[in-house]
Design a protein around this ligand. Structure first.
Ligand code: FE2
Length: 356
């Protein structure tokens, strides 16, 4: 009796132990399954954009979709080189940058794949999408003139070309030709007027520079306030950021500036885009597409407009009040790919005319 009780207990223990094991095994399998799911629920973003608002938007996307956004930041050309180097092993799913010239370059180097969806087609006008669906625009920015209101009357301004007149000698401020914003500006002139004219323009600006190029767009505005020059070329959103800056000094500088959209009676003001394309061989291409759809959707477009003063590409979303107060303007009417196609020529011209 005592022996059989012990046997019973022993077998019970065995059963229990076995049960325990099997539960452990199945929970292991469950963990692996959910890990696998987690692995799928992510998107690796290689981005050269440098604005705080972007992180806010990625967080919103994560909250809404459960898809984790892993952000790798770098200079656009570095990121392009990195994707190339990583080859088929690359973890990059989406390449995002603040200049169409670099999107063009990524496409030309075979690093992107075509993606399209009804949602993207509805949210982004054709003009701001690649003809082969390799990239889509996210936001627009105009490259405008700002001027010292005490020294320049708006009637004195007209076109980018007019800044090469002798009257502007020693008065023009603009950043280095290493900036893709300037490369794309000159590339647009090559597309509109040809190389010869574009070179004349670049030479004319070099002749009239108030100083050798230094700093970013914001620094040109600051140089106007410091009396170094009278008119500067800069992107719209930088001015919006300065006017709404936490730093009183930046607000003060920006308030001294007048805003002018050049070439309104001729070829239109130069417009560039921020945009993104899905990387060829992406392991999370569906998630990358979802992120593109999110970033071009109304909520994100509104945030880009309100928090970063960029013009939405989505026609259903209005620009921020500040930008609306600057009025509507005529944009250059050229395919954006022209900016990419002429990038190398633009750099060559900058070198030839000595635009640092
Ligand atoms: Fe920028």
């Amino acid at each position: 009796m005592k022996k059989s009780l012990m046997l019973l207990l022993a077998s019970l223990l065995l059963v229990l132990a076995a049960c325990g094991n099997s539960t452990k095994q199945s929970s292991n399998a469950g963990e692996k399954e959910s890990q696998k799911k987690n692995e799928k629920s992510e998107v690796n973003l290689y981005t050269s954009r440098h604005y705080d608002v972007d992180n806010e938007l990625y967080k919103k996307f994560e909250d809404e979709t459960g898809i984790k956004v892993n952000v790798i930041k770098g200079e656009a050309d570095e990121l392009i080189e990195r994707v190339k180097r990583e080859g088929t092993a690359t973890k990059a799913d989406l390449f995002l940058t603040a200049d169409v010239g670099r999107l063009y370059r990524a496409k030309e180097q075979g690093l992107l794949q075509a993606v399209s969806s009804d949602i993207l087609s509805k949210q982004v006008p054709e003009k701001f999408r690649d003809s082969d669906d390799m990239w889509v625009g996210l936001t627009k920015r105009a490259r405008i003139l700002v001027y010292n209101k005490d020294k320049v009357k708006p009637e004195e301004l007209s076109t980018y070309e007019a800044l090469t007149d002798d009257k502007w000698k020693g008065r023009v401020l603009v950043r280095s030709s290493e900036s893709v914003y300037n490369q794309s500006l000159l590339a647009s002139f090559i597309g509109i007027d040809g190389e010869e004219k574009a070179k004349e323009w670049a030479q004319g600006i070099v002749n009239n520079m108030a100083r050798s190029p230094e700093g970013g767009d914001r620094d040109q505005a600051k140089a106007i306030a410091a009396g170094i020059g009278d008119v500067a070329i800069m992107n719209t959103y930088y001015l919006g950021q300065m006017l709404n800056s936490q730093e009183p000094e930046e607000v003060k500088v920006a308030e001294q500036l007048g805003i002018f959209f050049p070439n309104q009676d001729t070829t239109g003001t130069h417009v560039n885009i921020s945009g993104a394309g899905v990387v060829k061989g992406s392991k999370n291409a569906d998630n990358a597409l979802k992120l593109l759809e999110f970033l071009t959707g109304e909520e994100a477009q509104f945030t880009f407009a309100e928090a970063n003063y960029e013009y939405p590409v989505n026609q259903d979303v209005e620009p921020a009040e500040l930008l609306k107060s600057w009025g509507e303007f005529k944009e250059q009417d050229i395919p954006l790919t022209v900016l990419g196609e002429n990038n190398a020529k633009a750099i060559m011209i900058f070198n030839e005319v000595g635009w640092k």
